[in-house]
Ligand binder design. Structure first.
Ligand SMILES: Nc1ncnc2c1ncn2[C@@H]1O[C@H](COP(=O)(O)OP(=O)(O)OP(=O)(O)O)[C@@H](O)[C@H]1O
Ligand SMILES: O=C(O)[C@H](O)COP(=O)(O)O
Length: 394
């Protein structure tokens, strides 16, 4: 990476504003997945050991520039203190005199967690005044929030123009793994793209078609491709305005010599629910009143075979409605194939694919699970991430 990292700056005795992504799933005030907190620990612990005053900032949810009591970072601070085995002070604001006063009382090696930066309208607008107010709190800026690196916000981008700005260890690792995968992939290189909508995956499919040997399509978006092949898809998800685009992707794959895999069978249901009647049908035989909610067993077997023969696999988006057990089989089969494939480096884009891998208890078996959903997707689209661009060059 051509950007400065934590190891390139001296942080001893310095006030360090460290942007993390603590946007963790929470239900009734309880954190349901603490992966993102654990992933930030190496940077936080290093800063503590180096004797920095560690000032942590994060967004949580989408409070739209207002204080939303349920979106305070207090429960995250409590869990972080448990994981660190050290006290974590918690501020009720994210900048200003009250925060400055708290920082004055900090000893070297102590940790302070600021309040949700999205309580302020200037955060998402990347207001230079707010960026300055954040910068006034510290001597050095560390960005470890890979999950938010695709956002040009005051605490992810603006602040970097006001302080020495470097990446944290998580940011460095994510960029390293994803960067190497895309720039110098081991082959055969396979991308698995699923999820709900073609619309959300256009950029990534376009970019990956230039890079991969195999492109596997699954999830709700697959049925627009099936329709593009001239088959009826019943009540399955369809983006009618994307049929021509789907056709052009299939054509482009042919031109480029990319093997393009689409479902050959599907699990169809007479209702989008856990109590629905279901059956497995060939892809050209989806009944008019039914909808395809998962790839079928023949498709899963083909996909497994491609995965096992690949040296590198990038996966973004589930193969079916994995939240409902009846339609989780295809996603599980892909996860199991990745977990069992020896000599295959598996990169899981964040978001739902990461959640699925967790749900099946296979997270440990993957080579890399990204902590960024949207961020890893934009990276795979070949886009520059503003939170990274703003950091100091080496
Ligand atoms: N055949 C299908 N029909 C309808 N919905 C589907 C189908 N297959 C998958 N889905 C749904 O798609 C959703 C995931 O798609 P989405 O594009 O939101 O996530 P993703 O690709 O993992 O991206 P992110 O990283 O943003 O979470 C899941 O909720 C899943 O139930
Ligand atoms: O969960 C994420 O993908 C990141 O924390 C970014 O959140 P956002 O989509 O609300 O900007």
């Amino acid at each position: 990476m051509n950007k400065k990292t934590l190891k390139d700056v001296d942080v001893k005795g310095k006030r360090v504003f460290c942007r993390v992504d603590f946007n963790v799933p929470m239900q009734d005030g309880k954190i349901t997945d603490e992966t993102r907190i654990r992933a930030a620990l190496p940077t936080i612990q290093y800063l503590m050991e180096q004797g920095a005053k560690v000032i942590l900032a994060s967004h949580f949810g989408r409070p739209k520039g207002k204080v939303v009591e349920e979106m305070r970072l207090t429960p995250v601070g409590v869990r972080l203190a448990e994981l660190l085995g050290k006290d974590v002070k918690k501020a009720d604001e994210a900048y200003g005199d009250s925060v400055k006063a708290l920082i004055e009382t900090m000893q070297d090696g102590e940790v302070l967690l600021l309040e949700n930066v999205r309580f302020y309208p200037g955060e998402e607008k990347n207001d230079p005044e707010l960026a300055k107010a954040f910068a006034e709190l510290a001597d050095v800026y560390v960005n470890d929030a890979f999950g938010a690196a695709h956002r040009a916000h005051a605490s992810t981008e603006g602040i970097a123009h006001n302080l020495p700005a470097v990446s944290g260890f998580l940011m460095e690792k994510e960029l390293d793994v994803l960067g190497k995968a895309l720039s110098n992939p081991e082959r055969p290189f396979t991308a698995i793209i699923g999820g709900a909508k073609v619309k959300d995956k256009i950029g990534v499919i376009e970019n990956l078609l230039e890079l991969v040997d195999n492109l596997i399509i699954g999830g709700g978006l697959a049925y627009t491709f099936v329709k593009a092949q001239g088959h009826e898809i019943g009540k399955s998800l369809l983006e009618a305005d994307k049929i021509d685009l789907a056709k052009s992707f299939i054509e482009k794959a042919k031109e480029k010599g990319v093997n393009f895999y689409m479902p050959v069978d599907a699990v169809v249901a007479d209702d989008f629910s856990a109590d629905a009647n279901t059956k497995v049908v060939a892809i050209e035989e989806i009944p008019a009143d039914w909808e395809a909610l998962d790839i079928g067993p023949k498709t899963a077997a083909i996909y497994r075979d491609v995965i096992q023969k690949s040296k590198l696999v990038i996966w973004n988006g589930p193969m079916g409605v994995f939240e409902i057990d009846k339609f989780a089989g295809g996603t599980k089969a892909v996860a199991e194939a990745l977990a069992g494939a020896e000599g295959t480096y598996s990169v899981i884009g964040g978001g739902d694919s990461a959640a699925a891998v967790e749900k099946f208890g296979l997270a440990e078996k993957m080579s890399h699970i990204s902590t960024g959903g949207g961020a890893s997707l934009e990276f795979m689209e070949g886009k520059a991430l503003p939170g990274v661009v703003a950091l100091n060059d080496k």
